[in-house]
Design a protein around this ligand. Structure first.
Ligand code: FAD
Ligand code: SIN
Length: 540
């Protein structure tokens, strides 16, 4: 098998992967260089599609403070935030956002040249920075891509999916196995710092705002390597994804910022309904709004409600939400005149690989940053626009941490690593799988049984059905192609979500159990570790 060696290997080219590559390259003279590997094209990621913006707790905003942001984040997090992580990320915001600004990432300004802050649900002040109106993710990602491409010390490898981590007998990560789609070959990359920046798991659900690449690979790889995986039951469902028909699955997002600017949710009778669910109405926490819409849809036997944005006015809609206006217009909806059909969709993974804010995990040499990680910032329910902030702060802190680390490449390959590599030289069985169909079956199971509301019965049903799918798919290590690897990982992720949701016998934040409607004041994080047996911290 072809092999290479790099001081730092970064997997994933969203905001977290790109910014970490840049900061590491700027800060550290690496003996063996840095490689950024992605299974898609550079930049194709959740980050590219982010709309609303990024939290900026920065000195330019006189109305805001770290204390206020910490309070809002903890309130939204429904009792499960890690207070130190929240404080550290909030405090780092000023330096990191200003570093982005000085790296030519431009945020929208008012007529006087001052940064323009907007409001989103559950924020007590206007603190969200945006770019190109509703193209924040695209502008951050393309801005960072430009810098990464200009940096000659960063090697880029596209179309290559990370399929297994190389872990030695002493539980150190020493590298990764890739499947290179262009050559059809497996490759080995050795390193002393393996950074997973592979994003979330949205694609395990039938309806999602996430692009195709979000199949939970990084979490599945880390789980198989024995890392601690935390809080996987907390999947955030965004309340307002464009619901043109029940067939449209990868759903375009209608940003929360549209509600922040005054848009109202209405049901099929044209009546506003949020006042009967929460005193903050459209700007209630995201889980509350998603459940309210879900219950209105059930009441009306409908597959959507509507968002009336016409209140905002034609000019402001076009200025502030050009991407959303255009997308709706392409689908025959003039949003200044007609209400937008919307429904909830899987959006964000609060849980993931347990890590510190520098990305350190329970495995030495393995780092996780961005959405793949679980630092405890989001608790049981993420506050809008905190995720891009978490991505860039973690990337920045990781670069700082690595500047003090020993980054020389391991020379010795032990028995554990040798055995892992050996599996990829073996021949594959000639079973054939219709992966598209199998993925769809899995997504339906997850949406119907492990979605916005759950019960012991629905979760057990899902577990049984996913176990059956797992049994039928006879590839647990080497697979034929990227699609098969993704499906294998999606099965692992589904089991992690189901097991964690079964263990959490309470309702909290984004996890709603119809059979345990109350929160348990002694609730802990849920941890899953693959070893000889699973360890679940039971929340009972
Ligand atoms: P991603 O941006 O998802 O990048 C992951 C990368 O890893 C991709 O390049 C992928 O191809 C690659 N990858 C995955 N697996 C592998 C593998 N096995 N091998 C190689 N490569 C791999 N958050 C906000 O804060 N504000 C917003 O306004 C906002 N709006 C959003 C709108 C939408 C439509 C969506 C979907 C999300 C939004 N979010 C928002 C959430 C936010 O965009 C994400 O949490 C964040 O961008 C995640 O960044 P990341 O770098 O961790 O992962
Ligand atoms: C949105 O624009 O509504 C998404 C913001 C987020 O997910 O943080």
């Amino acid at each position: 098998m072809k092999y290479s060696e790099y001081s730092v290997v970064i997997i994933g080219s969203g905001a977290a992967g790109l910014y970490s590559a840049l900061k590491i390259s700027q800060q550290i003279a690496l003996p063996d260089g840095i490689i950024l590997i992605t299974k898609s094209k550079l930049g194709e990621s959740n980050s590219m599609y982010a709309q609303g913006g990024i939290v900026g707790v920065i000195h330019q905003n006189k109305d805001d403070s770290v204390e206020l942001h910490v309070k809002d984040t903890i309130n939204a997090g429904a009792g499960l935030c890690d207070i130190d992580a929240v404080k550290d990320i909030s405090e780092a915001s000023d330096v990191v956002i200003n570093d982005l600004i000085s790296s030519d990432i431009n945020f929208d300004e008012d007529d006087n040249g001052n940064l323009n802050f907007t409001l989103e649900a559950a924020h007590s002040v206007r603190r969200i920075l945006h770019s190109g109106g509703d193209a924040t993710g695209k502008n951050i990602t393309t801005g960072l891509m430009k810098k990464v491409l200009e940096d000659e010390t960063i090697t880029i490898q596209e179309n290559s999916i990370a399929v297994e981590l190389l872990i030695d007998m002493d539980n150190n990560c020493k590298g990764v196995i890739l499947y290179n789609e262009l050559t059809g070959e497996h490759e080995i990359v050795y390193t002393s710092a393996l950074v997973l920046a592979t994003g979330g798991v949205g694609q395990v659900y039938k309806y999602t705002t996430n692009p195709e690449c979000t199949t939970g690979d990084g979490i599945a790889l880390a789980y198989n390597a024995g890392a601690i995986i935390q809080d996987m039951e907390f999947i955030q469902f965004h309340p307002t994804a464009l619901a043109l028909s029940s067939e449209s699955k990868n759903r375009f997002l209608i940003s929360e910022a549209v509600r922040g600017e005054g848009a109202k949710l209405i049901n099929h009778d044209g009546k506003e309904f949020m006042a009967s669910y929460h005193d903050k109405r459209e700007l209630a926490p995201r889980d509350v709004v998603a459940r309210a819409i879900f219950s209105e849809m059930k009441k009306d036997h409908a597959s959507n409600v509507f968002l009336n944005a016409s209140i905002i006015g034609c000019k402001k809609l076009l200025d502030r939400f050009p991407t959303i206006s255009k997308k709706c217009r392409e689908n025959g909806i003039d949003i200044s005149q007609k209400p937008i059909p919307v429904a909830p969709a899987a959006h964000y993974t609060m849980g993931g690989i347990k890590s510190t804010i520098e990305g350190r995990t329970s495995i030495k040499g393995l780092y996780a940053i961005g959405e793949v990680a679980s630092t405890g910032l989001h608790g049981a329910n993420r506050l809008a626009s905190n995720s891009l902030l978490e991505c860039v702060v973690m990337a920045y802190e990781l670069a700082d941490y690595l500047s003090f680390a020993n980054l020389s490449i391991p020379k010795k390959i032990d028995e554990a690593i040798r055995l892992t590599i050996e599996k990829y030289s073996s021949a594959l069985s000639d079973d054939e799988y219709d992966i598209e169909q199998l993925k769809n079956n899995l997504k339906n199971i997850m949406w119907d049984n492990v979605g916005i509301v759950r019960t012991q019965e629905s979760l057990k049903k899902a577990k049984e059905e996913v176990l059956k799918l797992k049994k039928e798919f006879k590839r647990d290590s080497k697979c034929l192609n990227t699609q098969e690897y993704e499906y294998r990982n999606m099965l692992t992720i589904a089991m992690l979500i189901i097991d964690s949701a079964l263990a959490r016998k309470e309702s909290r934040g984004a996890h709603t159990r119809m059979d345990y409607k109350q929160s348990n004041e002694h609730a802990l994080h849920t941890e899953v570790v693959k070893s000889t047996e699973r360890k679940l911290v039971n929340v009972e």
